[in-house]
Design a protein around this ligand. Structure first.
Ligand code: AMP
Length: 472
C-alpha cells in the first residue's frame, strides 16, 4: 500500500510540477488532475507562459492540440466574476463554440465564471438574457455582430480576444464580420490568434490588429505514425456496397463517414438505417438544436456511426474515433486533413479509408498534391453488391423508400484492374444504382460519367499524377 501511495504521490506531483511551472493556478491544476492530464501538450508548453504574460500571440496549432487550455489559461486566471464580458472567443462554427464553452466551464469548476456560447440558428432571447451576466463569451461572428447591432452585448470591459480556427473563419468568408467585431473591442487588449495554417491573410490580419505579436508553432497533434491511410479504387456503383462491407468487417470503435453533399449523407445514412445499422447524421441543413443533440449522442458513444458533411470535421474533439471513411473525397488537401484529424488523436491509433471512384478522381488528385499525405492503394476485397432501399427523389420533393428492387446484383472481383471490382457485363445493368448513389438526376449523371470515362480512358495509366509512387 505504501509503495502504491508513493507512486500516486509521485504521479500527482509530476502533474502539479509541469503545469505549475507554466504558471497555472491551483484551482485549474486541480481540474487537470481530475481530468488525468499528465503533462502539458506541446502547444500548451510553448504558449501558456506567454499567454499568461498577456502577450499577443499567433499560434499555429491544429485541432486536438490542446489549444483550448492554451488560450483558456489567461481567460480562466484573469477574469473576475461579475465585472462584465472580459473575454471573447470567436469561432467559425456553432459546434466549436459549444465545445469550447463546455471545456472552459469544466476548467473553471473551482473558480466558477459565467461562460456562455452565442451562435445563430437558435433563439436570440435567452442569449440576450445570459449576456447581461456573462464574463466570457464564445461566439460565431454573425450572431455576435447581431448582438452588437442590437446593443445586447457590451465589449468595453474586454481584456482578451481570441480568434480560434482563424484560417477557417477566413475561408468561410467571415473576414469582414471579424474585422467589424475587432473594431468594437477596446484597443488595449490581449489578442490571441490560433490557426491550423498561417496564410498571407492571417499575417495581414495579425499585423493590422495585434501588437508585437509572437509567432509560435506546434507540431501536428495527430500522430502520423499511428494513422493508416488507404484508398480503394472502385466503381461508383459499388461504393455503397463497399462501405457497408467495410463497416461490417473492420474492427472499429467510433466511425465517421464523410460525404461532400447533404444528399449523399441522406443516401448513405438512410440506407444503412434501413439495413439495421444505428447511424447518426449531421449536416448543415439541420437546426442547431438538432445538430447539438446529435453531437451529444455521438459523444456519448451509444451510436457508433456518424454520417456527416464537413460541418463535423473542423475543430471538434470526439474521443474514440478509430475510423474515418471518405465516402466522397473532399476537394482539397486542407479539407482532407481536417477530416482525418478526427482520428489518431492523443496518441491513439486511427485508420482513414478513402473510397475513390471516377467522380472523385479530380478531387483525389488535388488531395494527393500534398506530399505529406501517405495514402496507399489497397486491393479491393470481394464485395457483395448491396441492394439499396432508399433513394433520393428530385430536389425539393422529399425522399422515399423505393420498393423497386434492383435485381441487378453484381459481385465484386478482387483481382480486376487494380481493384475495379465489377465486370463489364454488369456495368451497364448497374447504371440505375450508380445514379441512385449520387442522388443526381439521371441525365446530368450520365453526362458527367461520359466526360469522366473519356478522360479516364485517356489517362488510364496515370490517373493521379502524383500518386504513382504511392500506388505501386
Ligand atoms: P483541444 O485541442 O483543446 O480541443 O483539446 C483536445 C483534447 O485534448 C480535449 O479532449 C482535451 O480535454 C484534451 N487535452 C488537452 N490538454 C491535454 C493534456 N495536457 N493532456 C491530456 N489531454 C489533454
Amino acid at each position: 500500500i505504501n509503495v502504491c501511495l508513493e507512486y500516486i504521490m509521485i504521479g500527482i506531483s509530476t502533474t502539479i510540477n509541469e503545469f505549475e511551472k507554466l504558471g497555472l493556478n491551483p484551482s485549474l491544476i486541480r481540474v487537470l488532475e481530475e481530468e488525468k492530464f499528465e503533462k502539458p501538450t506541446e502547444i500548451q508548453e510553448l504558449t501558456i507562459p506567454f499567454v499568461l504574460d498577456r502577450k499577443d500571440i499567433i499560434a499555429r496549432a491544429s485541432t486536438g492540440s490542446g489549444k483550448t487550455l492554451a488560450f483558456g489559461s489567461t481567460i480562466l486566471q484573469n477574469t473576475k466574476k461579475g465585472f462584465g464580458i472580459q473575454a471573447l472567443i470567436l469561432t467559425p462554427t456553432r459546434e466549436l463554440a459549444e465545445q469550447i464553452s463546455k471545456a472552459l466551464n469544466n476548467f473553471s469548476k473551482y473558480n466558477p465564471l459565467e461562460i456562455i456560447p452565442v451562435y445563430g440558428g437558435i433563439s436570440i432571447n435567452p442569449q440576450i438574457k445570459n449576456l447581461r451576466h456573462a464574463d466570457v463569451v464564445i461566439g460565431t461572428p454573425g450572431r455576435i455582430l447581431d448582438h452588437l447591432s442590437r446593443r445586447t452585448i457590451e465589449l468595453k470591459h474586454l481584456k482578451t480576444l481570441v480568434l480560434d480556427e482563424a484560417d477557417r473563419m477566413l475561408d468561410m468568408g467571415f473576414i469582414t464580420d471579424v474585422e467589424r467585431i475587432i473594431g468594437q473591442c477596446p484597443k488595449t487588449r490581449q489578442t490571441l490568434l490560433f490557426s491550423a495554417t498561417i496564410s498571407e491573410d492571417i499575417v495581414r490580419l495579425s499585423k493590422k490588429y495585434m501588437a508585437n505579436q509572437m509567432e509560435i508553432s506546434a507540431e501536428e497533434y495527430v500522430d502520423q505514425a499511428k494513422l493508416i491511410q488507404i484508398y480503394y479504387d472502385i466503381d461508383d456503383s459499388l461504393k455503397y456496397s463497399m462501405l457497408k462491407h467495410l463497416l461490417q468487417n473492420e474492427k472499429s470503435k467510433l466511425v465517421m463517414v464523410f460525404c461532400n453533399t447533404r444528399r449523399n449523407v441522406d443516401f448513405v445514412a438512410n440506407n444503412l438505417i434501413a439495413m439495421g445499422v444505428e447511424a447518426l447524421t449531421i449536416h448543415g441543413g439541420f437546426s442547431q438544436e438538432k445538430r447539438n443533440k446529435i453531437m451529444n449522442q455521438f459523444h456519448s458513444q451509444k451510436y457508433h456511426v456518424l454520417i456527416c458533411t464537413d460541418v463535423a470535421a473542423r475543430g471538434l474533439d470526439i474521443k474514440g474515433v478509430s475510423h474515418i471513411y471518405n465516402y466522397d473525397i473532399p476537394k482539397e488537401a486542407k479539407e482532407y486533413i481536417h477530416r482525418i484529424g478526427r482520428t489518431a488523436r492523443a496518441g491513439k491509433e486511427g485508420k482513414v479509408i478513402n473510397l475513390v471512384s471516377s467522380r472523385d478522381y479530380e478531387n483525389f488528385t488535388s488531395v494527393l498534391r500534398d506530399n505529406s499525405l501517405k495514402i496507399t492503394c489497397e486491393k479491393t476485397p470481394f464485395v457483395e453488391r448491396t441492394m439499396t432501399k432508399w433513394t433520393p427523389t428530385m430536389r425539393g420533393r422529399g425522399s422515399r423508400f423505393s420498393n423497386r428492387s434492383n435485381s441487378n446484383r453484381g459481385r465484386g472481383n478482387a483481382n480486376k484492374d487494380y481493384g475495379r471490382n465489377y465486370s463489364r457485363s454488369n456495368s451497364h445493368s448497374t447504371q440505375g444504382n450508380r445514379n441512385r448513389e449520387e442522388g443526381i438526376p439521371h441525365r446530368n449523371r450520365d453526362y458527367r460519367n461520359r466526360n469522366l470515362r473519356s478522360q479516364n480512358n485517356r489517362n488510364s495509366r496515370s490517373r493521379y499524377p502524383n500518386s504513382n509512387k504511392r500506388r505501386y
